[in-house]
Design a protein around this ligand. Structure first.
Ligand code: NAP
Length: 289
């Protein structure tokens, strides 16, 4: 039995599609607080339990007879406490399942930055737990570029202060495909998989490619950190904490920390990862006026 924690999220919902596309036939369960937000593809044998990750009894019920847990609970306040508590609950099970944790590449940095600080603490806890684990560390998702669609639509400006740092963006569908592959192969354990796209792009290059598709120029802007965070907070509607995390990711990108293209995706999936052009092909409409 596969338990998915985070099935309504960006990664989790895509994992359901990847499992369906891979003709996953095993039993699976999801613990969700908003069943109405779930979109379960046809063909999956899914048991849906309603509950919060903060309800230990609900998590324990969901863990019954489970062999693998996908842990993708998102960047939110309390994530470290929440995921550590889930790991502790898994440890109380007599035949504890393997945990497949969705982390971030920033957890590999020294010192860790942004979301990598929380993910790193959880990773360390998981690796020291005695449980079987697999950790996925994706780079910046192409899909996160759409956070900046409004200034592109309105003014042809792309305000993301990555300066000259290139980013080996990864497609969320590729991340989900790896989660699904790992879920189906129980021999994979004690591995950290760094997931990137096939090529690193500077943001001015991304803007050029986007501009070609839109038929109008898109200019990359590098606002100072405080202005960037204020923009995310007030124009983007993000919490101050989340704006700080995005700013931290931009700073890591500016230093080239997300620029290293890795081979793990192709090693495990036997095909190259999706590139910027694949993403723009499907997402360019988001940036149109
Ligand atoms: N975005 C990027 O560019 C990027 C890059 C690299 C790594 N990552 C990592 O990928 C991970 C997954 O991201 P994501 O975008 O898929 O996150 P997400 O969309 O926020 O999904 C979080 C999931 O967890 C569920 N959840 C959270 N707290 C819960 C609770 N107390 N009880 C029940 N359900 C709860 C959410 O349910 P609801 O739907 O009910 O809220 C949702 O299903 C993140 O940790 C992030 O650091 C992201």
């Amino acid at each position: 039995m596969l338990l998915i924690l985070g099935a309504t999220g960006q990664v989790g919902s895509q994992v359901l599609s990847s499992l369906a596309a891979a003709h996953y036939t095993g039993p699976m369960r999801m613990l969700v607080r908003r069943p109405e937000a779930l979109n379960v593809p046809a063909g999956l044998q899914a048991e849906i339990m309603k509950g919060s990750f903060d309800d230990s009894d609900a998590v324990l019920r969901a863990l019954q007879n489970v062999t693998d847990v996908i842990l993708s609970t998102g960047d939110n306040p309390g994530q470290v406490t929440r995921e550590k508590r889930i790991i502790d609950l898994v440890r109380t099970i007599s035949m504890p399942p393997r945990i497949i944790k969705v982390s971030a590449i920033t957890a590999s940095l020294t010192p860790r930055v942004s979301v990598g600080i929380a993910h790193g603490e959880i990773e360390d806890y998981l690796r020291g737990s005695g449980l079987d684990w697999v950790i996925l560390r994706p780079t910046f998702f192409y899909q996160s570029l759409a956070l900046f669609r409004d200034p592109v639509r309105r003014a042809g400006r792309f305000p993301l202060p990555t300066h000259d740092g290139a980013v080996a963006f990864v497609h969320v569908r590729d991340v989900a495909d790896v989660v699904a592959r790992v879920a189906a192969d129980r021999s994979i354990r004690s591995r950290i998989l760094s997931l990137t796209g096939p090529k690193a792009w500077r943001l001015d290059q991304v803007c050029d490619e986007l501009g070609k598709r839109l038929g109008r120029p898109v200019r990359h802007l590098n606002p100072p950190s405080l202005i960037f965070k204020l923009m995310l907070r007030f124009a983007g509607g993000m919490s101050w904490e989340y704006a700080g995390m995005v700013d931290g990711i931009a700073k890591a990108c500016a230093k080239g920390d997300e620029s290293h293209v890795k081979s793990e995706f192709e090693d495990i999936m036997g095909r190259p990862p999706l590139g910027l052009h694949d993403y723009l092909e499907e997402a360019v409409c988001l940036f149109r006026k």
